[in-house]
Design a protein around this ligand. Structure first.
Ligand SMILES: NC(=O)c1ccc[n+]([C@@H]2O[C@H](COP(=O)([O-])OP(=O)(O)OC[C@H]3O[C@@H](n4cnc5c(N)ncnc54)[C@H](OP(=O)(O)O)[C@@H]3O)[C@@H](O)[C@H]2O)c1
Length: 247
C-alpha cells in the first residue's frame, strides 16, 4: 500500500481515493466543474520522448486513478490521445461502486477534441470503451474520417474554426455532467485557461530534470492570469502532489 503523506493543510496520512472523492467541487450554474490534471518535472517538462509516462511512476498512477474516479467526463485533445495511445478510462470495482452511490456512471466517459478527426477507430479508446466516446469537432474534417469516427463514437460538430471550450462545456452540462477532468495536452489546457473555466489544477511534480523542448503545462493563445489557492500538498515516492483551486 502506497504511503501518501499530506504536508498541507496539516500533516496526515491520506488515501488519495478517499480524499479526492471527499473534495468539494461545486459546479457553476452554467457548466461543469473543470479540473486539470498534469504531471511535470521540476524544470517544467511535460513529456519525455513525447509521452508523460516517464515522469510519473507508481505514486503518480495512484493519484491519477483517484482523480479519474471523481470525473463524469475526461476531456482530452487528439494530440495527447494519439501520443499516449489512449484506452478507455478504467475504474477499479470499489470505485465503480462508490461512483454509482454518488449517482455517477460506473466509468467516466471519454470526450476527445479534434479538428482533423485523424483518430484510429480501431484503437482501444473506441474499440474497448464501455460507452462510445464523445468526439467534439468542427465542420471541415475529411468526410471519410468523419464517417469512420461516427461509427465508433458520438460526434458533436460545433460551430467555428476550432472547438470552443465554453461550448464544449455547455454541451457536457446539458448531458448532466458535473465534473470534467481535462487531461491535456498543453495546447488544450491553454485554451481552457484563456476561456477562464479552470476551477482546479492537480499538479504532480516529479523530482526530475529533463530539459528538451516539451511544452509546459499550458501553452499557446492569449494570457489570462488567474489566482489559485493551495488546497492540499501531498508527498509520495519523492513526488509532490499539489491541488489548487480557483482563488
Ligand atoms: N505531463 C502530462 O501530464 C501530459 C498530459 C497530457 C499530454 N502531455 C503531452 O503533451 C503532448 C501533446 O500535447 P500537444 O499540446 O502537442 O497536443 P494536444 O493539446 O494534446 O492536442 C492538439 C490537438 O488537439 C486537437 N485540438 C486542440 N484544440 C482544439 C480545438 N480547439 N478544436 C479542435 N481540435 C483541437 C487538434 O487535433 P487534430 O490534430 O486531430 O485536429 C490538435 O492538433 C504529448 O507529448 C503528451 O505526452 C503530457
Amino acid at each position: 500500500m502506497l504511503a501518501v503523506r499530506q504536508l498541507l493543510p496539516e500533516p496526515a496520512e491520506v488515501d488519495p481515493g478517499v480524499a479526492h472523492a471527499a473534495a468539494a467541487r461545486p459546479a457553476p450554474p452554467e457548466r461543469p466543474w473543470v479540473l486539470l490534471n498534469m504531471v511535470a518535472s521540476v524544470d517544467g517538462a511535460t513529456a519525455i520522448d513525447g509521452v508523460s509516462g516517464g515522469l510519473g511512476g507508481p505514486a503518480d498512477k495512484t493519484v491519477f486513478r483517484a482523480i479519474r474516479a471523481v470525473a463524469d467526463v475526461i476531456v482530452v485533445a487528439a494530440g495527447t490521445a494519439r501520443a499516449e495511445g489512449y484506452g478507455p478510462p478504467r475504474t477499479a470495482p470499489a470505485d465503480q461502486e462508490a461512483r454509482r452511490a454518488r449517482g455517477q456512471q460506473a466509468f467516466p466517459r471519454l470526450a476527445l477534441v479534434s479538428r482533423s478527426l485523424d483518430l484510429d477507430p480501431t484503437s482501444p479508446m473506441f474499440a474497448e470503451a464501455p460507452e462510445p466516446p464523445l468526439v467534439f469537432t468542427v465542420a471541415g474534417a475529411a468526410p471519410d474520417r468523419h464517417r469512420a469516427v461516427e461509427a465508433v463514437a458520438e460526434v458533436v460538430v460545433l460551430p467555428g474554426d476550432g472547438v470552443d471550450p465554453v461550448e464544449l462545456l455547455a454541451d457536457l452540462h446539458q448531458r448532466g455532467c458535473r465534473v470534467v477532468l481535462a487531461e491535456g495536452g498543453p495546447s488544450l489546457n491553454a485554451q481552457l485557461v484563456a476561456a477562464g473555466v479552470v476551477d482546479e489544477v492537480d499538479l504532480s511534480l516529479s523530482p526530475m530534470l529533463v530539459g528538451g523542448t516539451s511544452s509546459r503545462v499550458a501553452i499557446g493563445g492569449v494570457e489570462r492570469p488567474a489566482d489559485l489557492a493551495l488546497a492540499h500538498l501531498w508527498e509520495a515516492d519523492g513526488l509532490l502532489f499539489a491541488r489548487y483551486v480557483r482563488a
